[in-house]
Design a protein around this ligand. Structure first.
Ligand SMILES: Cc1cc2nc3c(=O)[nH]c(=O)nc-3n(C[C@H](O)[C@H](O)[C@H](O)COP(=O)(O)OP(=O)(O)OC[C@H]3O[C@@H](n4cnc5c(N)ncnc54)[C@H](O)[C@@H]3O)c2cc1C
Length: 395
């Protein structure tokens, strides 16, 4: 395979999750010759779900697709994302160690629901004394500044200690998810994007539709050592993979992962479930896991069984980037990007949660795939390579 001459340029896309699948499809649609390399035997990346005896469950964590970008929604819908969904978050809190039963409340907290708690007077007093602007010193100070110490202790502190294995004051406030905060509107929907879906039968079918016309090699892990070989056939490479392992230095980037334990539970009533909701947070340190996930609430399957998955933090998996107050991992990732660019004459593009070392939702991964496809076309055209006129995709 030669990359020279007037034929359309060739692009290698490494990784077939949302970001790689989207970039690959848009480059293909723009007339470039694309090849996908995927380490596992199938597309879908971290959003893949599974079934046991016909019951859908999510061994990699629950995945709700939500976006307010029309182009992202249209692209996903065109490839089969259709089942509209409205996720309502739940959390179970214990007020103190002597409590036998937890309170099941909305997540994020709805202030009106908190009135039932015996500690409401303390919460109310703290809420009335909040500073006018949130503190950004660290994650703990940030949370206390937006919800007061009592709610921080009940809803956030234990969850964060379990999830991150360190105290919230050692974490950067930039890590604070945008949906963290108090709600007063009675609307229990966790996400407030214009469109929200639970992919049925699963997310991997949407990505299979995206990648269907594109040649792919499965079961091959690509590393920096492969760049000279790729360089002989491709003009550009899109990397959606972890850069420390890619560069041959695994462990240079810290990640926090969860271990999931899934239990199959036979039921007499095909419409029954066993937990109060699709995802239930467990911030108390008395409970060893952080969440339960029962995907049957979202899939709506009528089947005499269910699967409940518990999430135990602290596993060596690349789920959550560790954003410390000194930003050491983000800086290391930028160093790795620069190093990898220097290893090859191909144009190199970094796309998705792993190569950019960030926690992003699926819609953002898809959006990054769109941007990346545009960047590839722009750069190859600037280098005088023969690409079709026009952007890959108008976003
Ligand atoms: C626990 C958890 C829950 C989540 N829940 C939600 C949710 O509810 N809603 C939401 O929108 N987002 C959610 N997300 C985020 C979502 O998982 C990501 O946005 C999405 O997976 C990003 O896609 P990606 O293509 O960037 O990466 P990935 O899906 O990780 O894809 C990367 C691909 O690259 C492959 N690969 C890796 N290394 C190599 C290599 N060297 N060579 C070849 N192939 C390689 C991998 O096998 C994989 O297929 C959640 C994330 C986590 C951790």
């Amino acid at each position: 395979m030669s990359a020279s001459g007037t034929a359309s340029p060739q692009v290698a896309v490494v990784g077939a999750g949302w970001s790689g699948a989207t970039a690959a499809r848009l480059l293909h649609d723009a007339g470039l010759r694309v090849h996908i390399f995927e380490r596992t035997m199938a597309v879908g990346g971290h959003s893949r779900s599974a079934t046991v005896n016909g019951v859908l469950f999510e061994p990699e964590g629950p995945h709700i697709f939500h976006t307010s970008k029309p182009a992202v929604k249209d692209f996903a819908v065109r490839h089969g994302m259709r089942h509209s969904y409205e996720h309502k978050g739940l959390t179970q809190i214990f007020l103190d160690d002597a409590d036998e039963h937890p309170y099941t409340l909305s997540w994020p907290p709805q202030v009106a629901e908190l009135h039932v708690l015996p500690v409401w007077p303390a919460i109310e007093k703290e809420l009335s004394g909040l500073p006018p602007t949130p503190c950004t010193r660290d994650f703990e100070s940030h949370c206390v500044s937006i919800m007061g110490r009592t709610l921080y202790r009940l809803f956030i502190e234990g969850y964060t200690i379990k999830q991150w294995g360190c105290h919230p004051s050692d974490l950067s406030s930039t890590f604070a998810p945008s949906r963290l905060g108090l709600r007063t509107d009675g609307n229990r929907r966790l996400f407030r994007d214009t469109w929200e879906f639970f992919p049925l039968p699963n997310a991997q079918e949407v990505m299979e539709s995206m990648t269907r016309p594109i040649p792919a090699t499965f079961g091959q892990e690509i590393a920096a050592a492969d760049l000279p070989e790729l360089e002989r056939a491709y003009d550009a490479v899109v990397l959606t993979v972890p850069l420390d392992t890619f560069a041959g230095r695994p462990g240079r980037l810290e990640w926090r992962g969860i271990r999931t334990v899934s239990r199959y539970i036979p039921l007499e009533d095909p419409d029954a479930t066993v937990t109060p909701g699709y995802i239930v947070n467990h911030p108390s340190l008395r409970v060893p896991y952080t969440r339960t996930v029962e995907s049957k609430h979202a899939s709506g399957q009528s089947i005499p069984a269910t699967v409940v998955t518990e999430e135990y933090p602290g596993a060596p998996a690349r789920h959550y980037p560790v954003l410390t107050t000194d930003s050491r991992n983000e800086r290391e990732n930028v160093r790795l990007q620069e190093e990898i660019r220097k290893m090859t004459r191909m144009s190199v593009f970094f796309c998705g949660r792993l190569a950019n070392y960030e926690y992003i939702n699926q819609d953002v991964a898809l959006d990054q795939g769109m941007s990346c496809a545009n960047d590839v076309i722009r750069e190859l055209r600037a280098k005088g390579r023969n690409t079709r006129e026009g952007r890959a995709y108008e976003r």
